[in-house]
Design a binder for this molecule. Structure first.
Ligand SMILES: Nc1nc2c(ncn2[C@@H]2O[C@H](COP(=O)(O)OP(=O)(O)O)[C@@H](O)[C@H]2O)c(=O)[nH]1
Ligand SMILES: [Mg+2]
Length: 280
């Protein structure tokens, strides 16, 4: 019997949820964009949105939720339009008629974020959006990114084994310092995206993102998060065709990021800054 999502008590309540609201030492974040990519996630995306909407006030007073639907074939479009009608003040939904892939959608989400911090996780609810409070609690003045790592992966056993091999392989190939590059549960300063340029249109975006952020010298911290079995739909990523394509793409990225270090050669765009008073 697969281990289901927790029901009660809410895991976040006992692990930071109330403290985030009441604790003396928790500093709310200035503003946060929660972003979800959605591809055939109609069965889970409303819960993901609702959990973001009622978790966010504990960690910030200024927030938005953004969802990009990448041409889903299920009823995600209908469900999302209804959610946007119900929450016009805090939810923005975009529909892509020309699918741009997982990487393309993440890049779109980062580009459209309007707040100081950007959090994203997948729309399939394998992560618990309420645990965003745990990431927020790890933020200090000199932290630029808080990355989750899976306490335990809840996927079919062969997927767990291959996932572990992939995780260590990618870490080794790219010299990554974080333990779980495959954990799509991340909170980042939005200004990071003024300095790094992402190109992936596929799942390779995860290691491209982490490698470029690491090499740009940003301070990354990690916190443990839960990971649950899929409750709706099927894993889209895990099939031989996609895994094969990812491995080939990985070689190309190794050449570009590790051998040629292209991302370190191109000049970094200057940081946007508040206009300084000019001498008359
Ligand atoms: N745009 C786009 N998003 C995808 C595609 N495949 C998966 N996704 C998104 O990526 C998320 C994670 O995919 P999933 O198949 O669960 O990957 P896994 O968690 O690694 O097994 C899903 O919730 C989808 O929103 C795709 O082909 N295109
Ligand atoms: Mg998944």
């Amino acid at each position: 019997m697969p281990e289901a999502h927790p029901t009660t008590p809410c895991p976040v309540r006992s692990a930071g949820y109330d403290e985030a609201k009441d604790g003396d030492d928790f500093m709310k974040l200035s503003s946060v964009t929660v972003f979800y990519p959605c591809y055939n996630d109609a069965g889970t995306i409303p819960t993901m949105i609702l959990r973001a909407l009622y978790t966010l006030p504990y960690i910030t007073d200024d927030y938005e939720v953004v969802v990009i639907n990448d041409g889903s074939q299920d009823d995600s479009a209908l469900v999302l339009d209804e959610m946007a009608r119900l929450y016009p003040d805090h939810l923005r939904v975009m529909h892509r008629t020309q699918p741009s892939g997982y990487g393309g959608v993440l890049r779109g989400g980062f580009a459209s974020a309007r707040k100081d911090w950007v959090f994203y996780t997948d729309g399939d609810a394998q992560y618990d959006a309420r645990e965003l409070t745990l990431l927020a609690e790890a933020v200090t003045d000199n932290v630029d990114m808080v990355n989750g790592y899976k306490i335990k992966r809840h996927d079919p056993w062969h997927r767990v084994v291959i996932g572990l091999a992939y995780q260590y392989f990618v870490k080794l190939v790219f010299g990554l310092v974080i333990r779980d590059v495959d954990c799509d549960f991340r909170l980042m300063r939005r200004t990071i995206f003024d300095h790094i340029t992402l190109e992936s249109t596929t799942g390779t975006i995860t290691f491209e993102l982490v490698k470029k952020i690491q090499d740009a010298g940003y301070h990354i911290v990690e916190v443990p998060v839960h990971h649950w079995y899929r409750q709706y739909g099927e894993s889209q990523f895990f099939n031989f065709r996609r895994v094969g394509k990812t491995l080939i793409a990985l070689l190309g990225w190794w050449w570009r990021l590790v051998v040629r270090k292209e991302h370190l050669k191109s000049p970094t765009p200057a940081a946007p800054h508040v206009d300084e008073a000019k001498p008359e």
